[in-house]
Design a protein around this ligand. Structure first.
Ligand code: DGT
Ligand code: CA
Ligand code: ZN
Length: 567
């Protein structure tokens, strides 16, 4: 699967074009990169099945980008990227990827301080050289240091979406091999952790050698890290994937062991010892070494007199002690997606295309929530366009009676805690998602007050991506989360679990905190194309990691009950 590799190239080209101040092209490349990185099927398959024409049907992919994609798939590289790289001073490209630095600042640092790599940058920031430059200050120096450390983390851990996509692709390939019986994914991917370091795959097969040969010679392997008789590791793009071949008799034990987390396993192993057993990746044994269980995970937990914990719960955060574990919200429980964008603001599809895609997903309802007027770069709607958009939705509702189309908005929260539209306008909408997109002064008390004012205004249904973090790229807004969650519980304002792979906001631990305060939840995708509707799975995964049940999440309700719940 070459999606990530190609998307990375296009992002890179966008950045370089931006440094060269080429107009609009950077955004076109970014849009295409986003489409490709979130595509559910391998880009090479799209091309193999339909050629350049099929590529051009992807949102944001036109002639030029389709041809570049073809060039990449045929030759493994894109000539223009290398040409662009020649034109950019050394170090600028690397620097502009640091959160808090853009292309302009990166160019300046190179020009004025001759910074040629991240090590230079770190040293310059630490020794107070940057604050002396025009346009920089002590604060931007601090931000650069913080950005450098965020960047260092980002280099190691990949998004759950990428982990899941590649793991599933590898799983389905391995399943087609003759002699292979079971293939399972373990590790942090199985626990649906928000970021992952690598992919851990487990196979039962009578012909281990064949599995090893196949795995290390797949066309998208960029490097073979290890190849042994029953265990191999490769890089796919820059993501490591490990595979092990096991005996059926110890399959459950290995799955349990390698699913982790390590902290969970330490506890389970201690319990085994306390009960007179020994537990390892080969099975559960008596002290004398007699095999007791190991074929399935359930057998092992049962023999230890423990409830079976779903993988998402295995973090040693109370799942062992809990009197009764929650019945986690099922992956198919969501009945409608209530946060998505169309071409009216910054989405890539028309309203009708989004509606059709929601119907195809089997939803009973959806909400269209384009941006409000303060989101200028996102082409936010002023009042006039908002009302026009509502008319379009009325027309579509007649055309598609099988689904309820809610008129909504993702409304910006302003500095004084007021909303971007007047209450009289908001009253005409079915659903109002309030978003803090702008980060005013970083003042905890003011940020908390701002949220409280919004929640108590009586004009909003939910708070979107409440902490505003971007994984590995942007810190969350600093505010008193418990106070805000409590206010949501009191005012029946929903906290969104935003499923966008770079957000996953709220994250697992905050979901759990809010649940303990009885705050209500809604899980949405914040889709910008029809393809993004599949992100819902990631949001549900985080909800499960936050111990939520279906009843905690309003959009598990069937349409009638849902509509009265959000009134
Ligand atoms: P990751 O890869 O950092 O996203 O997270 P994991 O949990 O997938 O960690 P990984 O790949 O290093 O190991 C997979 C599982 O194997 C881990 O969750 C638990 C188990 N494991 C690995 N090393 C140890 C260890 O030293 N002790 C115990 N008890 N379990 C381990
Ligand atoms: Ca792992
Ligand atoms: Zn949005």
């Amino acid at each position: 699967m070459k999606n990530q590799e190609l998307a990375t190239i296009f992002y890179e080209m966008a950045d370089l074009l931006e440094i060269l101040q080429v107009p609009w092209k950077p955004n076109a490349f970014r849009k295409a990169a986003r489409t490709i990185e979130t595509l559910s099927k391998p880009i090479e398959d799209v091309y193999a099945n339909g050629g350049v024409k099929a590529l051009k049907e992807l949102p944001g992919v036109g002639d030029a980008i389709a041809n570049k994609t073809e060039e990449f798939l045929k030759t493994g590289k894109i000539k223009e990227l290398h040409e662009l790289e020649q034109r950019i001073p050394k170090g600028v490209d690397e620097m502009m990827h640091i959160p808090g630095l853009g292309p302009k600042k990166a160019v300046m640092l190179n020009k004025e301080l001759h910074i040629k790599n991240l090590r230079d940058l770190q040293r310059a920031a630490e020794t107070g050289k940057i604050r002396k430059l025009a346009g920089f200050g002590e604060k931007s120096e601090q931000e650069i240091l913080k950005g450098l450390s965020l960047h260092a983390q980002g280099q190691e851990r990949k998004s759950l979406l990428m982990g899941l996509d590649i793991a599933r692709e590898l799983q389905s390939r391995l399943k087609t091999l003759a002699g292979v019986e079971r293939v399972e994914v373990a590790g942090s991917v199985r626990r649906r952790k928000e970021t992952i370091a690598d992919i851990d795959l487990f196979v039962t097969s009578k012909n281990a050698a064949k599995v090893m040969d196949f795995f290390t010679t797949m066309s998208d392997v960029t490097r073979i890290l290890a190849k042994g008789p029953t265990k191999s590791a490769v890089l796919i793009g820059n993501l490591q994937a490990d595979v092990r071949v096991l005996e059926p008799k110890s399959f459950g034990a290995a799955l349990q062991y390698f699913t982790g987390s390590k902290e969970h396993n330490v506890r389970v192993r201690q319990i085994a010892i306390d009960k007179g057993f020994k537990l390892n990746e080969y099975g559960l044994f008596t002290r004398a070494g007699k095999y007791v269980a190991g074929k399935t995970e359930q057998d092992i937990y049962k023999k230890l007199n423990l409830q079976y914990p779903e993988p998402e719960l295995r973090e040693n955060t109370g799942e062992i002690e809990a009197k009764k574990l929650p019945t986690l919200i099922p992956y198919d429980a969501i009945k409608g997606d209530c946060h998505m964008h169309t071409r009216w603001s910054d989405g890539g599809n028309t309203t009708e295309e989004m509606v059709r895609a929601a119907i195809e997903k089997g939803y009973e309802y959806l909400a269209i929530t384009d941006h409000s007027k303060s989101s200028i770069i996102a082409n936010g709607l002023d009042e006039k366009r908002l009302l026009k958009h509502c008319e379009e939705i009325d027309t579509l509702q007649k055309k598609f009676p099988q689904i309820v189309i809610l008129k909504g908005s993702e409304v910006d929260i302003r500095k004084d805690g007021s909303l971007d539209y007047k209450p009289a306008i908001l009253k005409q909408l079915d659903i109002v998602m309030a978003s803090a997109h702008q980060r005013f002064t970083p003042d905890r008390a003011a940020a908390t007050q701002r949220y409280l004012k919004v929640i108590q205004s009586g004009n909003v249904t939910a708070i979107s991506h409440p902490t505003g973090r971007l994984i590995n790229a942007r810190e969350p807004i600093d505010f008193d989360f418990e106070k805000v969650a409590q206010a949501c519980a009191d005012a029946n304002v929903f906290l969104e679990i935003n499923s966008s792979p770079s957000r996953l906001d709220l994250k697992d631990s905050l979901i759990r905190t809010a649940k303990e305060l009885n705050a209500p939840f809604i899980i949405n995708t914040d889709s910008h194309t029809t393809e993004h509707l599949r992100f819902i799975e990631l949001g549900i995964a985080q909800a499960r990691r936050g111990w939520l049940e279906a009843k905690d999440v309003v959009n598990t309700l069937p349409r009638k009950k849902f509509l009265s719940a959000i009134k």
